[in-house]
Design a protein around this ligand. Structure first.
Ligand SMILES: *Cc1c(COP(=O)(O)O)cnc(C)c1O
Length: 382
């Protein structure tokens, strides 16, 4: 299927067939991982080869890159990295020089934010940190070489209008890079909304089993693609072939997982929302009709996501006891896995949140079991 355009098919079909090579008699649907540092390489045209050496390319990456590109849209190219953070670095570092300005939001993923402020800032790049609102992004666009936008934001779950920001950034001659981790390529299409690049941490939904780290960059911008590829070759930030193969294997169930997780997230958010004003301060989920992000999410997103938050106010102790009282919900960071996980976000000290804000990542267990588990843990600690 690698040479075929998948755009006309539904998400479930695209997830199953993305990146599979053309049918070949007696060959597997998805070839196994190619473990190689050097490849056979005869003659002088070393750089003309697709696979001269393992740091430049690997056929297992190529298949996964075609799959990711096909999920992000037709005529897109993608690159894979060993983590989402490596993907962010591979876009920001080669595109920015001393004197340039990069815009990031105040509540962007902490590692990306610190990569900009501490590392790029130290190299003479001006780093403008702004709130997660469309107005702030549009106002910050003039003068910015690169704007890095994460929507929905995390853990705030506020939305920014990608199309409006893209227009403002392009009018000012900059590039818009969207971190699409929280939504996943099936939940949101940043390139279709006008972004120059869509990057994500595949450590979350894309791979979905909580067992590997991965990053991807997808773009139609040849210059950006070449710059990120060159960075990967030179920094040596490359994905192992086994991880690439595992990720590709997991991709087939992405639509199935995501649909189940999003349905359960809405059911859980609805159940928790009934406690707001009683023992919960607030519940945020873009799929809740009363949520401040709901109207924009309905226009911009194809699915409302698998992450929600509920707020126990400033009661850190109750939040700790509540998490400990859960039987099914695993206390862990991250999201997008088949396992339901939750954490008291303030424990990291990196986000402006109340002491009792819990971020919940909904997995594929039965929604009724999850609601019962959360309900008993909240009741036991109220
Ligand atoms: C997890 C995450 C990252 C970083 O990804 P790693 O794979 O952990 O390096 C970047 N952005 C967002 C939005 C994330 O959630």
């Amino acid at each position: 299927m690698a040479d075929r355009r998948l755009e006309r098919f539904g998400d479930g079909t695209r997830a199953v067939h993305a990146g599979l090579p053309p049918a070949e008699q007696e060959q597997p649907f998805l070839p196994g991982p190619a473990f190689a540092a050097p490849y056979h390489l005869r003659g002088d045209d070393a750089f003309g080869a697709a696979y001269p050496y393992g740091r430049y390319g690997n056929p297992t990456w190529t298949a996964l890159e075609q799959a990711v590109a096909q999920l992000e849209g037709d005529d897109v190219e993608a690159l894979v990295f060993p983590s989402g953070s490596a993907a962010i670095a591979a876009v920001l570092f080669p595109l920015l020089r001393a004197g340039d300005t990069v815009v990031v939001q105040e509540d962007a993923y902490p590692t990306g934010r610190m990569l900009a402020s501490d590392e790029l800032g130290e190299l003479g790049v001006t780093v403008r940190q702004i709130p997660s609102t469309t107005e702030a992004f549009v106002a910050a666009a003039p003068g910015a070489a690169v704007v890095l936008l994460e929507t929905p934001s995390n853990p705030g779950l506020d939305l920014v209008d990608v199309a409006a920001v893209a227009e403002a950034v392009h009018a000012a001659g900059g590039r818009l890079v969207v971190d699409n981790t929280l939504a996943s390529p099936l939940g949101q299409r940043p390139l279709e909304l006008g972004a120059d690049a869509s990057l994500l941490s595949g450590s979350k939904h894309l791979t979905g089993h909580g067992d590997l780290l991965l990053g991807t960059v997808a773009t139609r911008d040849e210059e950006l693609l070449a710059a990120a590829r060159r960075w990967r070759e030179r920094a040596g930030a490359i994905l192992g072939p086994f991880e690439a193969w595992l990720a590709h294997r997991s991709l087939a169930t992405l639509e199935l997982r995501l649909r189940r997780q999003c349905d359960s997230a809405l059911a859980i958010a609805t159940a928790l929302a009934a406690r707001v004003g009683d023992d919960l301060l607030a519940v945020r989920y873009p799929g809740l009709p009363g949520d401040p992000a709901h109207a924009l999410a309905s226009r911009q997103m194809r699915a409302f996501g698998t992450v929600l938050t509920f707020d126990l106010g400033d009661d850190a102790e109750r939040a700790r006891r509540m998490l400990a009282a859960c039987e099914l919900v695993i206390e862990a960071t991250s999201f997008g896995s088949v396992h339901t996980m939750a954490e008291r976000r303030a424990r990291w000290g990196t986000d402006a949140v109340t002491e009792g804000l819990i971020r919940l990542s909904v997995g594929i267990e039965d929604a009724d079991d999850l609601i019962a588990d959360l309900t008993q843990a909240l009741d036991a600690t109220r």
